[in-house]
Structure formats: structure tokens, C-alpha cells
Design a protein. Structure first.
Length: 476
């Protein structure tokens, strides 16, 4: 910390004088600082609009292709028998499904043991072999009561993640049974005896001629004590027999996922879903309006980018893209024909916002009446003229010109801000250094002045003393 007492000789507050002089000297620096902050705020707005344009580009990209207008929904006549979901592009139609058998998992049970009784005869080891561990993992039976032995065995099997899940079930008061269930469904998954697993089977052995597994009751008569055989799901689809190793049918019917819940008959109906398509159009409308509102709010009178030529050009460009006619001979040429219109019903300039209104019902009616014409309005790729392309196609291609990294109109403007802000920052750093030196110079000059004044004051005092002495001598 520095400490100084100023103005002792002069009687002036030199520190305050230096402060005021430096305040004047710093005005150009503060002007640069304000300009830098203003440019940063402007750049932030441009970045925001660029991001919103990318969102708009993504929204129109979802309307550029024929598959975008093949949105479907699927339903079943009985959700207790089967449920269904449809992916984009699934074919419309109706399917009769008869579920004969659900897929089941192979399950094996031990003997029933008295929980609290001493586990006499339950000792030794068992080894599990499975696809990811063909060399096997050995578990030693541990515990004093039957419940402890079976609980420890259950936890050890589950920790191995060997394609088998173990659970301990109280079959009646005071009695428990260990149940092993295969993780996979179907006839080609489960458990077997031996030391050689395969892709979907877990093998069990005890190295003692099955004595340990037999004592547990998991083996009876040299075979696993199976309580449920693995079984494939069996269904008929429009009379055609289908088997599956699980209760979820994926793409057995193209584009559909069917979850089987119980045996029975059900009708699955797949229809075009105009609401899903309207949702995509709504995303386009929302993204467009977000861009336009942001431009208007920041270019209006008194706004930070009032009258900015680039942003006003962008707004005009988007307006033309929206209102331009689509070529190719489709029944619809303009978006207002299917329920999308800018400033619908507005007759005064002051009331215009430049945003789209979307009549969803009118769109759905148009799509129901002529889906190909609606699709053409968005997806047409005109060989002769960009201006005659479908709305989504021309929006997508033109927005790329604005947002392309490095060379887009907005990205170039953002880079220009970066360059200008960098120059101002460097200029401020140089100016700050000069100001620091200038303050030191002023402090040194005022210190020298105070020193000179102090010397003059001392000389004045000395001369006054000499004169007083001479006057006294002359009087004597």
C-alpha cells in the first residue's frame, strides 16, 4: 500500500487535482470501453439470431422429404392382448393378430427347505459357465441354516451376471425355494448341465458328479429340475404363422413394434396421422416467428440494432421465401392455401408483425383432401429455378447461406465483430498503459513542485531571520 500527504508546501490538494486531470485524460478510454460493450451486445443479438436460424433450418429439414409426410399412428382393438407403436414411414393397413402362446423363460427350482433348520448336507461348490466367461466362475456354498446358504447362493449368482437371475421364494410359512430364471426368452435360451456354454445358454456343474446340485434339488434324476420350459412366442399375422424368441415383435410388420401381453385376437390398424405432420409444420411456424420477433425487437426505433441493414435484409428474405409460388404443377402453389399466412387479416402497417398464423384445421383438411399436393408444396425440387422450389427446400438452402460456418452472412458478421472487439481491446490496453505512465508523470511533477516550494519557503524563513538580526544590531 502506498501512502502520501500532498499539498504540504503549496496548500493545494494535489491528489484531487491529479485525479481530475486523469479523469479528463481517461475519457477516450471510457469511450472505447463503452463502444466495446455496445459491440458485444450487438454481437450477442446476432449470435442469438444465428442460433434461431439454425433451429429454423432444422425445422424445415424435417419437411423436405417425402418420408416426412408419411407419419402414421397405430392402434389395437384390445390393449390387453397387445400394444403397438409405429415408426416414421410404416405402411398404412390393417393386420389380424392371433396370439397363440407368449414367449416364456426357462426356470429351474431347488428343493423346498425349512428356513431356520441347520443346512446339513449342503456343502461344496458349483460352477457357472456362460458366453462372456467360458472358463467359469465357482461359488462355494456358505451358511449355517438353509436360508443363509440359499440367500448367499442367490446373491453370488446374481453378482456374476451370468444370464441367469436367482430369487428366493417363501413357498409356505417357514419354507423357501431357490428359483433360477434365464434372462432370455424362448426355446434357444436357458440353462443346461455341463461345462460348455453357448451364446444363450448358461451351463452348471459341481465337479462332484452333480452331487451338490442334486443336494440343492436343482438336479433330479441327472437332469435340471425344470419348472418352466423356455418357449417361443407363437402368433398368426393375417393367417401366417410367426415365431419369436420374445414377446416384442420388431419389424415383423414393417415399421411396427408389437408388444404381446396375453393370448387372444386383436386387430392392428395403421393410419396416416395428420396431427403428427401438423406438429412438424407447427415447429416450422414457431421457429420462423421466433426469428422474426427477435429481428423486430432488436431493429425497432431505439433498439440496439435499430435499422441494421443485414437483419432487415434477412427479414425481407424470409418473407419472400415464405410467400413465393412453388412450381412443378401441384394443386397448391402458396402456403396460404393450406392454412399458413403472414399477418393474416391485418390491414394497417402498425398492426403488422411479420409472423405466421397457422390454421391447423385448414391444413389437416387440405392434407386429407390431397396429401400429395401438400407434400409437393414443401418438398418439390424444381430443376429450373430455386425460387420455384418447395417451401422447405428453398428455406433450407437459403438459410445455409446465412449460417454457414466461416462464410455465411451472419457468421461473417459475427467474425467481423470479433475482429473489431479485438482491435478495441488491444487499443484499450495500450491506452491504459499510457494513462498509467501519465499519472506517474503528473505525480512526479507535483511532487517536484512541492519540493521546490518547500525550498523557497525555507529560504524565505532564513532571509527573514537575517533581516530581523540586522535590524536588531542597527538599533543597538
Amino acid at each position: 500500500m502506498s501512502f502520501s500527504i500532498t499539498g504540504i508546501a503549496s496548500g493545494m490538494d494535489t491528489a484531487q487535482m491529479i485525479e481530475l486531470m486523469m479523469k479528463l485524460e481517461r475519457l477516450p478510454y471510457e469511450n472505447l470501453q463503452a463502444r466495446k460493450q455496445e459491440l458485444s451486445q450487438e454481437q450477442s443479438v446476432i449470435r442469438s439470431i444465428n442460433t434461431k436460424l439454425v433451429t429454423l433450418r432444422n425445422a424445415v429439414a424435417d419437411l423436405m422429404y417425402n418420408v416426412s409426410f408419411r407419419q402414421v399412428s397405430a392402434k389395437t382393438s384390445d390393449n390387453t392382448v397387445a400394444t403397438v407403436s409405429a415408426s416414421e414411414g410404416a405402411a398404412t393397413g390393417s393386420y389380424q393378430i392371433q396370439v397363440t402362446h407368449l414367449a416364456k423363460k426357462h426356470a429351474v427350482a431347488s428343493s423346498e427347505f425349512v428356513k431356520d433348520a441347520l443346512a446339513t448336507g449342503l456343502e461344496g461348490e458349483i460352477t457357472l459357465y456362460w458366453k462372456d466367461n467360458p472358463d467359469g466362475k465357482t461359488i462355494t456354498l456358505e451358511g449355517s441354516t438353509y436360508e443363509e446358504v440359499l440367500s448367499n447362493l442367490r446373491d453370488a449368482i446374481n453378482d456374476l451376471k451370468a444370464g441367469v437371475r436367482a430369487s428366493l421364494i417363501e413357498t409356505k410359512p417357514g419354507h423357501v425355494t431357490l428359483v433360477l430364471t434365464a434372462e432370455g426368452y424362448g426355446e434357444e435360451a436357458g440353462m443346461k448341465l455341463g461345462t460348455v456354454p453357448d451364446d444363450r445358454y448358461t451351463a452348471f456343474d459341481d465337479g462332484d458328479s452333480l452331487a451338490v446340485l442334486t443336494a440343492l434339488g436343482l438336479v433330479s434324476g441327472g437332469s435340471l429340475n425344470t419348472i418352466e420350459e423356455g418357449q417361443n412366442a407363437k402368433v398368426k399375422v393375417n393367417g401366417l404363422d410367426i415365431e419369436a424368441a420374445g414377446n416384442t415383435l420388431v419389424n415383423v410388420l414393417p415399421g411396427l413394434t408389437v408388444n404381446l401381453l396375453k393370448p387372444g385376437e386383436v386387430t392392428i390398424t395403421v393410419d396416416t396421422d395428420a396431427d403428427k405432420i401438423a406438429d412438424k409444420v407447427q415447429k416450422f411456424v414457431d421457429a420462423y416467428n421466433d426469428v422474426i420477433n427477435t429481428i423486430r425487437n432488436n431493429t425497432a426505433k431505439g433498439a440496439i440494432l435499430q435499422g441494421d441493414f443485414t437483419l432487415l435484409s434477412l427479414s425481407s428474405n424470409l418473407y419472400d421465401l415464405f410467400n413465393g409460388a412453388v412450381g412443378g404443377g401441384g394443386n397448391f402453389r402458396f402456403l396460404f392455401e393450406i392454412g399458413l399466412e403472414i399477418d393474416k387479416g391485418v390491414t394497417s402497417g402498425s398492426g403488422m408483425t411479420g409472423t405466421i398464423s397457422f390454421n391447423r384445421d385448414k391444413f389437416k383438411e387440405a392434407f386429407a383432401a390431397n396429401p400429395d399436393a401438400v407434400k409437393h408444396l414443401f418438398t418439390h425440387d424444381d430443376p429450373g429455378s430455386f425460387a420455384r422450389d418447395g417451401v422447405a427446400v428453398r428455406f433450407y438452402n437459403e438459410i445455409i447461406n446465412w449460417t454457414r460456418t466461416g462464410s455465411g452472412y451472419l457468421t461473417s458478421k459475427i467474425a467481423g465483430y470479433d475482429s473489431t472487439i479485438k482491435q478495441i481491446t488491444e487499443q484499450m490496453e495500450r491506452m491504459d498503459l499510457r494513462l498509467q505512465n501519465r499519472q506517474k508523470q503528473l505525480e512526479a511533477q507535483f511532487a517536484a513542485m512541492e519540493n521546490a516550494l518547500a525550498q523557497l519557503r525555507n529560504q524565505q524563513i532564513w532571509m527573514a531571520a537575517q533581516i530581523a538580526s540586522l535590524t536588531t544590531a542597527a538599533g543597538n
